[in-house]
Design a protein around this ligand. Structure first.
Ligand code: NDP
Length: 450
């Protein structure tokens, strides 16, 4: 075997890359990792973690309003965006430090700079050349901007985390995860939010009943959710921004955020020097072991555009390292991965939507209920939760679970274990509930709806 500088060179120190590097080093490999920005990647630096911190901050707004129903008075708090962002930044810096220490403790050499392929088994970084037997691409994705005049005036989620001030009025373009989550954040912080989505309902691909229910709840929470509308142009006008819509209307706001999907980070990586094949969307094509079309080159996480979630990238990175360096080949299982949107209220699912189940199984039974959360009894907030199970009748197996409501993300995790373990509706029925909770609805659904 040739004598390379490293056994493994990882490009990108996000969730997938860091896990792969640490596990491979644990298996005895000589590992290096390169990162051009900050250790931790999208999830830690400008994704899941800061998003959730901002979400917590925004929940106090409706919380203060609801507190009157519980006997509180004189609630007139003000909010400092600057303090929030400073606290969020301190936490992210702390987490980044942990990532660095974990990599160092595992014996992984960290390079700061942009790594590019300069040939098979060869990487150029900061003007120097480094060789490795195996190379893992874990470079993630970056926000995509819509192709409309004035798009350069829009911000993305990357910018939203570090705005000098929270805009009083914001238009958020898109109906996906990021659009729904940031609409809730700015709305909770008392800002005027209009969410503009081109489709007939938010969250395409999710269960239709969940989508409709959440859409109604977002509107009730104060977000001006407009469906079936395209942004045709954005222009600056007298210190504000004017958003021109396909309806002919123009809306005046202080900021426009594009949350219109993400592009894989595959450019300026020198991929042409190693013949790594991309799909039509620019994602790296891989097999079930994360192997690209080029021998010795692998890819994990969002850059492969399989299921763009942090735990999935971590799973892919871990399985890759076990397969190549641990002598334990493991393919990736993307079935029954739970997912949650941290909107307000939250929405979460695992398994099949009703439509997917009907396409796959001859007889599908639906159990569900909508209910007023207990907290709303005293707060008088006009809010409804949704709980739904999708069952394959021939086996009685629960093949899908969906929920909209407070702590939906926390609740779906336990349900995911049951579904992964192939629980039947009878298993759900014989499980006792935790009372009084929203979660117990999952084990008390008795009447079949369809
Ligand atoms: P999504 O793919 O979830 O949503 C993109 C949205 O933008 C869709 O509503 C889409 O509409 C719309 N859109 C796309 N192109 C245009 C366009 N040119 N003009 C107008 N609208 C457009 O992307 P996000 O950026 O929200 O998130 C990216 C991914 O990151 C998610 O899919 C998810 O995998 C991950 N993520 C996960 C989170 C979590 O786990 N909580 C949080 C945030 C992100 P249409 O449906 O019509 O195509």
């Amino acid at each position: 075997m040739q004598n390379y500088d490293f056994d493994l060179f990882v490009i990108g120190a996000g969730s997938g890359g860091v896990r792969a590097a640490r596990v491979a080093a644990g298996h005895g490999a000589r590992v290096a990792i390169a990162e051009e920005y900050r250790l931790g990647g999208t999830c830690v630096i400008r994704g899941c973690v800061p998003k959730k911190l901002l979400m917590y901050a925004s929940q106090f707004g409706p919380g203060f309003a609801d507190s009157a129903g519980f006997g509180w008075s004189r609630m007139d708090p003000s909010h400092s965006w600057t303090s929030l962002i400073a606290a969020k930044n301190a936490e992210i810096t702390r987490l980044e430090g942990i990532y660095r220490r974990l990599l160092e403790a595992a014996g992984v050499e960290i390079f700061t700079g942009r790594a590019q392929f300069s040939g098979p088994n060869e990487i150029t970084i900061n003007g120097a050349s480094v060789s490795a037997n195996t190379i893992l691409i874990a470079t993630g994705a970056t926000p995509a901007m819509p192709a409309v005049p004035g798009a350069q005036l829009m911000i993305t989620s990357n910018d939203a985390f570090d705005l000098p001030a929270a805009p009083d009025r914001i238009a958020i373009v898109g109906g996906g995860y990021i659009a729904c989550e940031f609409a809730g954040i700015f709305n909770g912080l008392g800002r005027k939010v209009v969410q503009l989505h081109r489709g007939s309902q938010i969250l395409r691909g999710f269960d239709d009943e969940l989508r409709n229910h959440l859409g109604d709840e977002l509107s009730k929470s104060g977000i001006d959710l407009r469906l079936g509308v395209d942004v045709v142009a954005v222009e600056r006008q007298r210190g504000a921004l004017s958003v021109h819509l396909s309806t002919g209307e123009a809306i005046e706001v202080d900021a426009v955020m594009a949350a219109t999907g993400r592009m894989c980070n595959t450019w300026r990586l020198g991929l042409e020097t190693v013949d790594v094949a991309l799909d039509i969307n620019g994602a790296i094509k891989v097999d079930e072991f994360s192997q690209t079309s080029c021998p010795g080159v692998y890819a994990v996480g969002d850059v492969t555009n399989r299921l763009n979630l942090t735990p999935v990238a971590i799973h892919e990175g871990h399985a890759f390292a076990d397969t190549i360096f641990g002598g334990k080949p493991r393919s990736i299982d993307h079935a029954n991965v739970p997912f949650a949107v941290f909107s307000q209220p939250q929405a979460a699912s695992v398994g099949l939507s009703e439509a997917q189940a009907r396409a796959r199984y001859a007889d599908v039974a639906i159990y569900g209920s909508t209910l007023r959360p207990m907290r709303a009894a005293l707060s008088q907030r006009n809010e409804k939760a949704l709980v739904k199970l999708v069952v394959d009748e021939s086996t009685d197996r629960v093949v899908g679970a969906h929920i909209v409501g407070a702590d939906a993300a926390e609740i779906i995790q336990g349900i995911a274990v049951a579904i992964k373990a192939k629980a039947t509706k009878a298993d759900f029925d014989t499980t006792l509930g935790v009372h009084p909770t929203l979660a117990e609805e999952f084990v008390t659904l008795r009447s079949r709806r369809t």
